[in-house]
Design a protein around this ligand. Sequence first.
Ligand SMILES: *Cc1c(COP(=O)(O)O)cnc(C)c1O
Length: 380
Amino acid sequence: MIPIALPLLGDDEAEAAREAVLSGWVSQGPQVAAFERDFAALVGAPYACAVSNCTTALHLALAALDIGPGDEVITASHSFIATANCVRYCGATPIFVDIDPDTYNIDPDRVAEAITSRTRAIIVVHQMGMPCDLAALVAIADRHGTALIEDAACAAGSQIRMNGGGWDRIGKPHGRIACFSFHPRKVITTGEGGMLTTSDPELDRKFRLLRQHGMSVPDTVRHGSPQVIFEDYLAVGFNYRMTDIQAAVGRKQLAKLSDIVGRRRALAARYAELLGNLEGLSLPFEPEWAHSNWQSYCVRLPARLDQKAVMQSLLDQGIATRRGIMCSHREAPYAEAARRHDLRQSELAQDHSILLPLYAQMTDTDLELVASALQAEINR
Ligand SMILES: *Cc1c(COP(=O)(O)O)cnc(C)c1O
C-alpha cells in the first residue's frame, strides 16, 4: 500500500517527547519557548508564537486585528474549510474569490476586484505549499490599507523571491501575520500544532494574551517567581496552547525541515519526468520566483476521465490519492454565502484534479508504480 502521506518521525522525536514527559513540565513551558525561538530564527521572523493548531492560529490572527461583525475578509473558497471557518468564528463575512488554475492559488486580480469599504483583511493561502503571488497581493493590501494574513498551513519550508530579491522562507513577514500547521498531513508535524509569525510586537503580545485565557502573567512566570503573584484576566481569551511534549517533537522536526523539503523537491522533479508526457495530464506549475515544499502534488486529469473512477482504480492497486482541494462555498455552512464572485476555476480544480502520494520515505519504485498506474488510466 502506498499512502497519500507519511510523517517522517523517528527515535529523535520519541526521545525528545520522553525527555519532555520526564522533565515534570508538560504544558506550555520552556520547550514551547525554545520551539518559537527556533522557528523564528529559521524563517527570519522577529516573533513566533506557538498555538494548538493552524485553525486556532488563524482565529487568533483575526482576533488580534479586532475583526468582527460587519467586516469582510477576502479569501479563497478553494482551501481547507478552516480558512473560511476562522472568519466566521469572529462573526465576520468571508468573501470568496477565484484561483489561478495553473498554481491553484488565489488570483490577485480577483482579490483587487473584491475589495470594498468593509474589507478588513485578505487571507491568502500558500495552497499545497506553493507560495502565492505575495508581491502582487502585498501591493494590493497596502494600496487599500487592509491587513494581509498568510494561511501558510502547508508551507513550512517553502521559499519565495520577492521583487527580484533573494530567497525568503515563507513566514518571514511580508504580510502582517503568517499561520502554520504541524498536522501530520503537512511536511513537519507535532501531532497537532500551529505557529504565528509577525514583525509587529503588539500583535505578538496579543497572540500570547489570547492563547492563554487573556491571562496577564503566564503560569511559567508565576511558577518561577519567589514572590506571590496574582494574575488578571485582561480579555476574553482562549485555551489555544501547545504542550511542551509537542514542542519538543517540533524542534526535532524543524531541524530536519531543509532535508525533508530537499527530498520532496527531488521526488516532485522525478514525478515531473515520469508524468511529463502523459496525454492530457497537467502537472503543477511552479513560478520561477517560488520554491514549493510540495506538501501535495496535484495533477489535473484529462476532462474525459472520471475523477472518482480513476481514484478507485488506483486504490484497488494499493495507491491512495485524494481529490483536488475542496471548495468551502460548496459545503453546508457556506451554501447561501452565495458566490459573490465567480468561482469556476475553483470548482474545476476540485472536480478534475487528484493529489498523488508524496512523502520523504517514498522510493523511486513507488513513484514509478504510481506513474504507470496513472498512465494505464489515461491510456484506457
Ligand atoms: C491543514 C490546513 C489548515 C488547518 O490546519 P490545522 O493545524 O489542522 O488546524 C488550515 N488551512 C489550510 C490551507 C490547511 O491546509
